[in-house]
Every structure is written in structure tokens, then in C-alpha cells.
Design a protein around this ligand. Structure first.
Ligand SMILES: Cc1cc2nc3c(=O)[nH]c(=O)nc-3n(C[C@H](O)[C@H](O)[C@H](O)COP(=O)(O)OP(=O)(O)OC[C@H]3O[C@@H](n4cnc5c(N)ncnc54)[C@H](O)[C@@H]3O)c2cc1C
Length: 520
């Protein structure tokens, strides 16, 4: 049994939990426990992939772990000899290394404050002066506060007539280690789902030398769209009015600018728009717009789009809309029955494998996670009205079955999607980590960690070494002095240097803004 004055326990050591731990360590305060059931702390599901073909689906320039240091990830890429193009898409495995490096650095600066506990929390009980957690191996842990950073649950089991009889010929969780290892190079596969999980599976199969054909099926058969080669900036104003008026406004904007720019312009408003929508509007959005939103909002890197185009050109990928009706074994192969969208004649597809690519299960009651089951059964938590995750208040406190906020139990990341919607990717989660750390450790302002002077703290802030910072700051200063001298000469001789100073100020401002470009 471990107790700790003011201990904050973070359940889940993926990106969300790790980002929060780093933020907490950067502030004063008590001990922090990061509890993770898998071997790897930091990368989580998204960045723990060993596949070199899996790239980030957000540009490197927007993937810094720190919202106030937008270039931090780019600097790390540079320092590690990797492509640091802000518009590029780094490898997800490299991003996993970056998270681990940031955690190690935060630990080194706040020695002794973080303990990493391996184990799975299966129960959590709020008590008068803290929270008690039970781990699956029988250990227990107490803390002043617990944060659920349990992330993306495995996909819900595919329920399809005949599937359970196929045993090893179906893959229910393609993210489980070694899940695709038995697929032979010439095996044809049926992917159930056409989103980013299906794309990941295709890339992982190809990386292992697979040359078969894939039929990817979903209700509408929509594949994720591809990012533009360079980032674009769309209309950043928040569309007003009811859902239908907002949709009209977004359509109007796509007539004036590229749709990728319009989507990117909307992104910073995602949470505000979702929170401002009525329950009925949210339901209508999910019913009618979600598939379209998902493929346009969660796009893939251009390189990956090109790889899918190649597969299609080679006749090895068919993405189709339809409804699966059953599957049966026929000798060594499977026969998958499905009916195309729009009422075409039933189709039979022969393949060696059926792979579940439906993506993470959002509904906590269906996720099959012991901790979530216990929280719901005991009334410590409840699902949000749309069953996309857990219900929370505006600050992130988990609501109990009667809707009362739990003072000591918090949630962040994908489990808070039903309430915040735009909260499943790094640019939003890192901000959530900052906000939550400020609430959990409010008494102590963020301050340079012991042993770091104010000057070192500024270098940390901009992510540069002393010499790198000097190489940038000195030429800026010299140009300002030159422009200042021109301005003074202009003051006494107004016909001289009429635009020198104003041009210099404009240029310096533009360069400065580009350096500190806000990623969101
Ligand atoms: C395949 C994939 C690719 C993605 N790519 C990108 C991308 O390129 N860019 C981007 O911005 N976003 C991306 N995302 C979005 C992603 O959700 C977030 O970026 C982020 O990784 C979510 O992290 P998380 O820690 O909340 O969840 P997870 O990564 O799922 O981590 C949760 C952790 O909690 C642990 N855990 C769960 N329950 C318990 C328990 N009871 N006890 C102990 N440990 C527990 C799990 O083992 C896991 O390690 C991607 C998502 C996926 C699924």
C-alpha cells in the first residue's frame, strides 16, 4: 500500500497521461504516479507502433508536446538527424521516442517526484480524503486525486453471423501485438472499416511483404482524405447559428477556399461548437455528418494517400460501401457476404482473413475494460448522453451516476470525447494537460525547476541552446539597431530613408511571428 501527501495518480501512460505527468512535474507540488499496464510508458497505442510506414496524421509543426513551445518537436527532430520540415509527417515510432525523451527530461529536472507503476487499475473508490485504487495483481494505491487517461479502447468485437466459428481466421483486434503475423504474403483480406485503422493495417501488411488483395467495407465506403502538401490557412471565424446554418456557412466557405483550409480553420473552434450545440444537434451531427466529418477532419499524410492510390491502381484495394450479412468457411478460404450500399445485388468476396478495422470503441460500457465496468457499475462514473465516452464537468471532473462531479476523479483525452468532441489528437490533448495540471496543482505557478536559472528557463521555452539562441537573437538586434539609426537620420532629414525603418519592422515582425507560429 502506498500513500502520499498530495499524490496525483494518472491511470494510463499513453500520450495523454504522459503529457499530464510532464506538466505536473514542471510545476511545484506533490508526488505523481503514472500507472501503465503495458511495458511501454509514453507512446501508447498511437505511437507505440513498430511499423516504419506508419506516419503521423498531423504535421510535425503542430505536434510539439508543449503548446507554449510550438517548435519543440521540430528541434527534437533536427537534433536527432530527422526531417524537421514543419509541414512534413514524421514517423509515429519516432514520435513515441520523442514522448519518452520529454518524460525522461522532465523526470531528471524534478528528481524523485514521479513513480512509474506497472499494473492495471481495475477498481477505483473515491473516499473522503483521497482515492483508493486496486490493481489486477492485488496491490492497492492511494492518492489525493486520480486522473483517468485510459485512452483508446480496443475495437468492439465484430458481431457477424458465422464469424465466431472461424476462430483464427478473423482478427478482432488488429492492434494487439502480432495480430497480423499469420497473414501470408498472398492472402486476400476483408477489412471491416475504411478509416485510419484500415489504412494502418494495409500499411503494416505491406511492410511485412504482403502482396494480396484487400476489400475494405464500411457503410459508406469512405476512405480518409489526404492532407494538402503544404499547410493552408482558412477562414478562422467561428460559424454561427444552428447546426444547419453552420453547415451552410462551411459549404459557402469551401466555394471560396480549399476545403482543407476550411477544415483547418474550423479546428480551433471544435470544442466550442460542440459545447454550444444542443443535445439534439449533436445527435443529428453524429447521425448524418459524422462519417463525412471524420474522413475530412482526420486526414492522412500525402505519402500514405499515394500508397493507397498505388494499391488501387494495382487492383489490390477495393473500398466499398455496403452492409455485411455473414461469413462462412469454404475449404481453406472464407466467403464474406455483403450487400452494396444503394440496394445492388448481394456480393460474395472470397478471402483468407476478416480483419476488424472499426477503430477504437468509444462507449465505455462496451469497451470491455474492467476499470470502466467497475466505475459504471458502482456509479462512480456514467457515460455521456451520446455514449462516446465518460461524462465530465467543464473542468474535467468525472460525473457520478447522479450527475454530481467527483472532486477527486478526473478524465482526459479520448474518454472525454462525448463532452468535448475535438479532444482525441495531440494539439488538443496537450492543452488539456496544461489546463488540468493547473487545476490539480493550483497553488504553485509553473516555475523553472530547481537548479535552472531564469536564463535557462527562457532557452527551454524557445527550445534552443545558448549558441543557437545567440545566432538568432544577435542578427535580429543588429537589424533593429540599423533600422533605428535610419529612423533617427530620417527624423532630421525626412527625405532620406523614407521606408527603411517601417520595412525593417514589418520584416522583423513577420519573421518573429513565423518563428513563434501558433500551431492552432
Ligand atoms: C492508430 C492511431 C494513430 C493516431 N495518430 C495520431 C497522430 O498522428 N496525431 C495525433 O495528433 N493524434 C493521433 N491519434 C490520436 C491519439 O488518440 C492521440 O494522439 C493520443 O495518442 C491519445 O493518447 P492516450 O494516452 O489518451 O491514449 P492511448 O494511447 O490509448 O493510451 C492509453 C494508455 O492507458 C493504458 N491503460 C488503459 N487502461 C488502463 C488501466 N486500467 N490501468 C493501467 N493502464 C491503463 C493503456 O495501456 C494505454 O497505454 C492517433 C490515434 C490512433 C488510435
Amino acid at each position: 500500500l502506498r500513500t502520499g501527501e498530495g499524490r496525483i495518480a494518472i491511470i494510463g501512460g499513453g500520450f495523454s497521461g504522459t503529457a499530464l505527468a510532464i506538466q505536473l512535474l514542471g510545476r511545484g507540488g506533490g508526488p505523481v504516479s503514472l500507472i501503465e499496464r503495458s511495458e511501454a510508458v509514453g507512446p501508447g497505442l498511437a505511437y507505440g507502433t513498430p511499423c516504419e510506414h506508419h506516419l503521423l496524421n498531423v504535421r510535425s509543426g503542430r505536434m510539439s508536446l508543449f503548446p507554449d513551445r510550438p517548435e519543440h518537436f521540430l528541434r527534437w527532430l533536427e537534433q536527432n538527424g530527422l526531417n524537421a520540415d514543419p509541414d512534413g509527417f514524421a514517423r509515429r515510432a519516432d514520435y513515441g521516442r520523442y514522448i519518452r525523451a520529454c518524460l525522461a527530461e522532465a523526470q531528471a529536472r524534478a528528481p524523485g517526484r514521479l513513480s512509474v507503476d506497472r499494473g492495471e487499475v481495475v477498481q477505483l473508490h473515491p473516499e473522503a480524503d483521497g482515492v483508493r485504487m486496486l490493481l489486477s495483481d492485488g496491490r492497492s494505491l492511494t492518492a489525493a486525486h486520480a486522473v483517468l487517461a485510459t485512452g483508446n479502447a480496443p475495437p468492439a468485437r465484430l458481431r457477424l453471423a458465422g464469424l465466431d466459428d472461424l476462430g483464427a481466421r478473423s482478427v478482432q483486434d488488429p492492434w494487439a501485438p502480432g495480430a497480423l503475423a499469420q497473414v501470408e504474403p498472398n492472402d486476400d483480406v476483408v477489412l471491416v472499416g475504411t478509416g485510419l485503422t484500415a489504412v494502418d493495417v494495409l500499411l503494416a501488411l505491406e511492410a511485412d511483404g504482403w502482396r494480396g488483395r484487400a476489400t475494405a467495407l464500411s457503410r459508406r465506403g469512405l476512405l480518409p482524405r489526404t492532407h494538402a502538401l503544404r499547410s493552408e490557412h482558412g477562414d478562422a471565424a467561428i460559424p454561427q447559428g444552428r447546426l444547419s446554418a453552420r453547415v451552410r456557412e462551411v459549404r459557402r466557405r469551401t466555394g471560396e477556399a480549399s476545403w482543407t483550409a476550411v477544415m483547418d480553420g474550423l479546428r480551433p473552434h471544435g470544442q466550442a461548437m460542440w459545447r454550444g450545440a444542443s443535445a439534439e444537434e449533436r445527435r443529428r451531427f453524429l447521425r448524418h455528418l459524422r462519417p463525412w466529418w471524420d474522413v475530412h477532419r482526420h486526414r492522412m499524410a500525402p505519402e500514405i494517400g499515394a500508397a493507397l492510390d498505388r494499391l488501387r491502381d494495382e487492383g489490390r484495394l477495393l473500398a466499398a460501401g455496403g452492409r455485411l450479412s455473414g461469413v462462412r468457411a469454404e475449404g481453406e478460404r472464407l466467403v464474406v457476404d455483403w450487400r452494396p450500399r444503394g440496394g445492388g445485388a448481394p456480393v460474395q468476396t472470397r478471402a483468407a482473413w476478416v480483419i476488424n478495422c472499426t477503430g477504437p470503441e468509444g462507449d465505455p460500457a462496451r469497451a470491455g475494460e474492467p476499470l470502466l465496468n467497475a466505475l459504471l457499475a458502482e456509479g462512480t462514473a456514467r457515460t455521456d448522453p451520446l455514449r462516446l465516452g465518460l461524462d465530465i464537468d467543464v473542468d474535467g471532473r468525472v460525473l457520478d451516476s447522479d450527475g454530481r462531479p467527483q472532486d477527486r476523479v478526473w478524465a482526459m483525452g479520448p474518454p472525454t470525447r462525448g463532452v468535448l468532441w475535438e479532444v482525441v489528437a495531440v494539439p488538443e490533448i496537450r492543452q488539456q494537460a496544461v489546463d488540468l495540471a493547473a487545476r490539480l496543482a493550483p497553488a504553485t505557478e509553473a516555475r523553472p525547476v530547481a537548479g535552472r536559472s531564469r536564463y535557462a528557463a527562457h532557452l527551454d521555452e524557445v527550445g534552443e541552446s545558448y549558441l543557437e539562441h545567440m545566432a538568432v537573437a544577435l542578427p535580429f538586434g543588429l537589424r533593429m539597431v540599423t533600422a533605428g539609426a535610419a529612423c533617427m537620420i530620417h527624423a532630421v532629414a525626412p527625405w532620406l530613408f523614407t521606408q527603411t525603418a517601417s520595412r525593417a519592422v514589418t520584416r522583423l515582425h513577420a519573421e518573429m511571428t513565423a518563428r513563434h507560429r501558433c500551431p492552432d
